[in-house]
Design a binder for this molecule. Structure first.
Ligand SMILES: NC(=O)c1ccc[n+]([C@@H]2O[C@H](COP(=O)([O-])OP(=O)(O)OC[C@H]3O[C@@H](n4cnc5c(N)ncnc54)[C@H](O)[C@@H]3O)[C@@H](O)[C@H]2O)c1
Length: 465
């Protein structure tokens, strides 16, 4: 009963549309990507095109192959998510974006060395037709790159207006009404919210004064929101995670989400740490190191960019383990994260974890994880899901921070004074319950005692899960 009342309140207060009221996904959906020439972006775009042509499977994408259980376990209702909620179809996605290098989609994908020729050749024409627009770039935020395909306008205001003009031109040329912008650009140098980031008025004033505390990613986010476009941040930069832009998103009724795609090592961490904690096993130390040799690795070789990434990677254990609640287990654990740039590995990152745990009576044990992963292969399906879910959120009237999409992020954005939820399984439940809520279905709490009450219907014969 309490749950129902809360749901009703949310519906009224937030003016949400649910079920059949959700605006259907009619027409094309523009996907605007700052950093479109990067490894992650090209792997995502190429993958969508291969799937559209029936040449590959969208492995790793919840929206494409995931199912969702509805109702009681004996009802055996588990539709595909894409058949349960009204998502845009892959056929309707149109891509455009900005990069500081001129390379077209095919050249950039070849440079990234993630996908093999056998995957790139059949879609060479399509990828070759994707040419990046000139980027807004400032080397003081990404020291290790020297791109030249950049906008010349001297003032931040002019650059902002140029991004907005690019968006408007893309929409009219391609007959696109709805767009989502997703930052897949390089990780920018570490910065903290300051006075200029506190309100939309102060941010706009700072733009007019060419304030050096406004990185390019923040300008793209401002341009997106001012153009009525939801914004997602795939990197750990501050970008849209400032009061000024959260306020603007709320005012404009636009959803925003971030930060930093949860892919390799942190994905593993947020799978394993909740397990250790739920069994009340203690932690002495968690040493994580990575070797990777792509352009992202080169950018992170600069201490300022690495600091942004480090903050994002370090925070997860603290929130999952809650040392203030379990001082015996987690008060003094040592947590170290390192990233080493090692060109021979390219995008094929190796992430090592040495985990020192202790059990009954304090006896020590060790766990070693050596994840030979592929960074962009893990990230690409997350971009697809995020774009489709953000578009759904927009059509359902959801605005502001989309905490239900924490599942996809290392450093999920949350409302001030709330702590972020990092446990992958809680995040997954939160996401699926939000979809159930949007479609007017009961939340699933996994309580389960009701199955054992007298008078409950007999289970139907099993038809799989
Ligand atoms: N691959 C993963 O698993 C993963 C996980 C989490 C986060 N990320 C983040 O995603 C981002 C992309 O990763 P990647 O491996 O594709 O890196 P990448 O270096 O291959 O791509 C980044 C692209 O952004 C471009 N760029 C830099 N500044 C720009 C600007 N101001 N405007 C437009 N373009 C700009 C670069 O030229 C480059 O082409 C990085 O910030 C990375 O930290 C990646």
């Amino acid at each position: 009963m309490r749950l129902l009342r809360t749901e009703d309140k949310i519906l009224k207060q937030k003016n949400l549309k649910i079920g059949e009221q959700i605006t259907p996904p009619k027409g094309k959906l523009g996907v605007l990507i700052p950093g479109i020439g990067g490894a992650v972006s090209t792997t995502f775009i190429a993958g969508v095109e291969l799937v559209r042509r029936g040449l590959a499977e969208p492995i790793g994408s919840l929206t494409q192959i995931g199912t969702i259980r509805l109702g009681k376990r004996f009802e055996h209702r588990s539709p595909l998510i894409k058949e349960f909620v009204p998502l845009a179809s892959l056929q309707d996605l149109v891509f455009a974006g900005w990069d500081i290098y001129e390379a077209n989609g095919y050249e950039a994908a070849m440079y990234a060395r993630v996908l093999k020729r056998e995957h790139l050749e059949p879609i060479k024409d399509f990828l070759g037709g994707i040419t990046p627009m000139k980027a807004v770039f400032d080397r003081s935020f990404v020291k290790n790159l020297h791109g030249t395909h950049v906008k010349e306008a001297p003032s931040l205001r002019d650059r902002l207006e140029e991004i907005k003009a690019d968006i408007a031109e893309f929409k009219s040329k391609n007959g696109v009404d709805r767009c989502i912008m997703i930052w897949c650009g390089s990780t920018e140098a570490y910065n903290k919210p300051e006075d200029i980031h506190q309100s939309i008025d102060s941010l706009r004033e700072a733009v007019d004064q060419n304030d050096s505390r406004i990185p390019p990613s923040m300008l793209y986010a401002l341009a997106a929101l001012e153009s009525g476009i939801p914004f997602i941040n795939g990197a750990p930069n501050l970008t849209v995670d400032i009061p000024a832009l959260i306020q603007l998103a709320d005012e404009k009724g636009l959803p925003i989400a971030g930060k930093d795609f949860k892919t390799g090592q942190t994905l593993m961490k947020t799978i394993m740490a909740p397990g250790l904690k739920s069994r009340m096993l203690g932690l002495e130390g968690w040493y994580s190191t990575n070797i990777l040799g792509n352009r992202d690795g080169l950018v992170l070789d600069d201490a300022d960019s690495f600091k942004t990434k480090e903050e994002s990677k370090l925070s997860v254990l603290e929130y999952i383990l809650q040392p203030h609640l379990y001082p015996t287990l987690y008060k003094n654990y040592y947590h170290k994260v390192a990233i080493n740039y090692y060109p021979p590995r390219g995008d094929n990152k190796e992430g090592w974890d040495c985990i020192d745990i202790f059990g009954w009576l304090g006896y020590p044990m060790q766990i070693k994880v050596d994840f030979l992963c592929r960074d962009s292969i893990l990230a690409a399906p997350l971009i697809l899901d995020l774009v489709l879910f953000m578009d759904l959120a927009r059509r359902a009237g959801m605005s502001g921070i989309q905490e239900w999409l924490s599942f996809y992020f290392k450093s999920p954005m949350v409302k001030e004074n709330l702590y972020p939820e990092h446990d992958l399984f809680i995040q997954s439940m939160k996401l699926k319950n939000t979809l159930r809520f949007l479609m007017g279905e009961d939340q699933i709490t996994h309580f389960g005692l009701d199955y054992y009450m007298n008078g409950e219907p007999e289970p139907a014969p099993k038809q799989g899960r």
